[in-house]
Ligand binder design. Structure first.
Ligand code: GMP
Length: 287
């Protein structure tokens, strides 16, 4: 049988129309919560919550630390939608399922997408608990042809060959730096390049040193696919990584990457991340 290469426009429409019929919220901003960062959704007021399993066509979250709920609500009067739990390639989803929610957001009217993730720090200056504004990315699965835009292009969403040199909005990064300064967070605020790998195994020592030499500051297993689809359909993107662990670069090191440490760092920085993102959202003007 012929392999399915993606959803049809009609399939996206079914989901978006179902959501529009089941909530009065009309979000302009979407937030995707990374591993252990699901608490971000709690900052929304007047919530309307859907389990992914209740939404037509929606994939399911299978990873510990990802609740699997879509939360609509308002923040300082701004209408938002928040994904508590995202989809990753390593869960076995084809890449177009991983990015499915992004096009749904676009059809709901979202203009700005905020992506967050947990990541390993490759840059020697980074400490566990640092917040890295993403200024650019390395799409390693993309080098091997695993890009979410592979397949027929639907012009209703965007161009066949979208530009990615301005993927991470510079005004929003400026705003985030101001917000971080006002909150007294400058000391643990960094800005750098995020590299995505397929996972689920963490990197070897040789892989970490390779990625570092290629210009990556942080490494993870998510986000980039969502960003590509969001940019393709004309959304503004802001991204940040919480450095949950330091990549191991030394053969004599005793430390080992593990998901528990990732979730624990998320819990420790949760309230600061929430404050930073709420202030940022407060400052975002509609397009
Ligand atoms: O703990 C694994 C989860 O957190 C995955 O979903 C990754 O995206 C992210 N993560 C946190 N730290 C690292 C790391 O050191 N390397 C990679 N590849 N992913 C990480």
């Amino acid at each position: 049988p012929e392999q399915k290469l993606g959803y049809t426009y009609e399939e996206y429409k079914v989901t978006a129309d179902w959501l529009l019929a089941n909530t009065e919220h009309r979000p302009l901003i979407a937030i995707i919560c990374g591993s252990g960062l699901g608490g971000l959704a709690e900052i929304l007021k007047d919530q309307k919550v859907f389990s992914y399993s209740d939404i037509p066509n929606f994939p399911q979250s299978t990873v510990h630390g990802h609740a699997g709920r879509l939360v609509f609500g308002t923040l300082k009067g701004k209408s938002c939608v928040c994904m508590q739990g995202r989809f990753h390639l390593y869960e076995g989803y084809p890449i177009w399922k991983v990015t499915f929610p992004i096009r749904i957001f676009r059809l709901l009217g979202v203009e700005t997408t905020i992506v967050t993730n947990a990541a390993g720090g490759l840059n020697e200056d980074y400490k566990v608990g640092d917040i890295m504004l993403i200024k650019d990315h390395l799409n390693m699965p993309g080098f091997a042809g695993n890009n979410p835009l592979v397949g027929p292009n639907d012009e209703r969403f965007g161009l066949r060959f979208p530009c990615m040199s301005d993927a991470y909005d510079s005004d929003l990064r400026k705003l985030a730096k101001t917000v971080a300064r006002d909150l007294g967070y400058s000391e643990f605020l960094k800005e750098g390049v995020y590299c995505v790998l397929g996972g689920p195994s963490f990197e070897t020592i040789a892989e970490c040193s390779m990625l570092k030499r290629l210009g990556a500051d942080a490494v993870g297993m998510s986000t980039v696919h969502e960003v590509i689809v969001a940019r393709h359909c004309g959304m503004r993107v802001f991204g940040l990584s919480l450095i949950t662990n330091k990549a191991v670069m030394d053969y004599n090191s005793e430390s080992k990457a593990n998901h528990e440490e990732v979730l624990q760092t998320g819990r420790e920085r949760a309230s600061q991340l929430e404050k930073m993102i709420s202030r940022l959202i407060e400052g975002i003007e509609p397009n």
